[in-house]
Ligand binder design. Structure first.
Ligand SMILES: [Cu+2]
Length: 467
């Protein structure tokens, strides 16, 4: 990583003045002012990740009210209520926080140079916003992400809806792996040969920073499981054994009709809300497994406790919908968005951790890295107008494409039947062409990128500008 200087910081601030700030506030995305801030400390720690060795150099977030749990705290807020957090950087490198999936003010989005300056060691940044949507979200840095996220900085962010049905239990799962050697210490996160394919996989599978955690839940009860795939690489195909379940939300957004769970694919950045009907008898267990690529690996288990509550999965109703403006498809403008591989070459020096290669591009342009002088936006969108992103993936790999700041609706795909889901992350298949429609209702510069972090950091990143 290159030397970090105050000069860089000032350059970044100047750039922000030029195009990042000074945007009129949209009421839906207004910055919160009334919340008492929590303090989130970015810091290093040691943690037991493989169940046998204490791993050194773990990176995490801690609240001031220090808990013994080294995992970043699961933050819970209520929809429509202001939230504020002071990020204090105790790492020895810069960082920021991005609030994945939350439609909030651009200044709170956490992308270095595009929306805010780096937060240097010892410095802080005040985040404040009011989440407009309920659902399961998460937070992570947007700086040197392969290292910072790979070493632990991924946490759940849950926006509760007071109108949601009450379940008999709620379990939150932060689904991610670790790249550790046999001694339990971190090994190299980046392998160029893998980054040019599916990415470099972890060696230790985890959920909530444990190996196969076991949760207790009331027998015969309805349990809401909120799950976020926060791994830097792994795409999961999840399957449940020992109980029936329904999917009630995907990527934070409620399904109009809950869907019986058979198996479900989720990629990095995506979320899944399930309602599991626990078995009748005490000590019966349910297991959640990942069956991709082939051999099933247990992710977590759920054990029934107590006398049966005699609930019925048929009682599960759709969760209340989030506010949503349907795009005007008849008058929508089309934006091509073609993912591709690119010739291997060195990327520009980047203060937020360049991997030194460009393997990937969007519309043939590889992202040069986070700099004070980024490339032009992929497209300029007029506030209030509707657009269709024509996303094409001619590569032989899957890519979970994430858009910041706004949700889109899935309109059509050449590869599969699609439901009109609303989301912020679409897992595009090899050779798939998909149409994602949105209303450009949140002003600012919004990054879109693959959430396989090695793809993101070797070129598969761009941004759109809404004015
Ligand atoms: Cu990708």
């Amino acid at each position: 990583m290159p030397a970090l200087t105050r000069r860089t910081f000032l350059t970044g601030s100047a750039a922000l003045g030029a195009y990042g700030l000074g945007l009129g506030g949209a009421s839906l995305y207004a910055t919160a002012s009334a919340a008492t801030p929590i303090t989130l400390e970015a810091k290093t720690a040691n943690a037991l990740l493989d169940g046998q060795h204490l791993t050194k150099g773990v990176m995490t977030y801690g609240l001031e009210s220090a808990s013994a749990d080294p995992m970043p705290p699961t933050l819970r807020v209520k929809r429509g209520e202001p939230f504020a957090a002071k990020l204090v950087n105790r790492l020895d490198e810069p960082t920021t926080i991005h609030w994945h999936g939350l439609r909030i003010d651009n200044r709170m989005d956490g992308v270095p140079f595009l929306t805010q300056p780096y937060v240097y060691t010892g410095d802080s940044f005040d985040y404040a916003f009011t989440p407009p949507d309920a659902g399961t979200y998460w937070y992570h840095p947007h700086c040197n992400t392969l290292t910072q996220m790979g070493r632990g900085m991924t946490g759940l962010f849950i926006v509760e809806n007071p109108d949601d049905p009450v379940f008999d239990a709620e379990i939150d799962i932060n689904l991610r792996d670790w790249r550790l050697g046999s001694d339990g210490q971190f090994i190299e996160q980046f392998k160029p040969r893998d980054a040019a394919k599916n990415g470099t996989f972890g060696t230790v599978r985890g959920a909530n920073w444990q190996v196969q955690p076991a949760f207790d839940a009331p027998a015969g009860g309805l349990v809401r499981v909120r799950l976020a795939a926060t791994d830097v690489t792994r795409i999961y195909i999840l399957k449940l054994d020992g109980a029936e379940a329904k999917i009630v939300a995907l990527d934070g957004q409620p399904l109009a009709a809950p869907l019986a769970l058979d198996q479900v694919t989720i990629g990095p950045g995506q979320r899944l809300d399930l309602v599991i009907r626990m078995p009748e008898s005490e000590d019966q267990t349910v297991s959640l497994s990942d069956i991709r690529p082939s051999t099933a690996k247990v992710v977590a288990t759920f054990r029934a406790t107590g006398a049966s509550l005699k609930r019925d999965l048929g009682e599960v109703r759709p969760l209340p919908a989030n506010p949503w403006t349907p795009p005007d498809l008849k008058n929508a403008e089309t934006i091509p968005l073609i993912l591709s591989a690119t010739a291997e070459n060195a990327a520009k020096e980047s203060f937020c951790g360049s991997l030194g290669y460009s393997f990937w591009a969007i519309n043939k342009v590889p992202w040069p890295g986070d700099t004070s002088d980024p490339m032009a936006p992929l497209a300029e969108l007029k506030r209030g107008r509707s657009y269709i992103l024509n996303l094409e993936n001619p590569t032989p790999h899957l890519h979970p494409i994430h858009l910041h700041g706004m949700n889109f609706q899935v309109i059509a795909s050449n590869a599969r039947a699609v439901a009109p889901l609303i989301s912020d992350t679409y897992l595009v298949l090899p050779d798939e062409k998909v149409q994602l429609a949105l209303v450009a209702d949140n002003p600012g510069d919004w990054v879109l990128h693959c959430h396989i972090i090695e793809h993101q950091k070797t070129g598969m990143t761009s941004y759109i500008r809404v004015t």
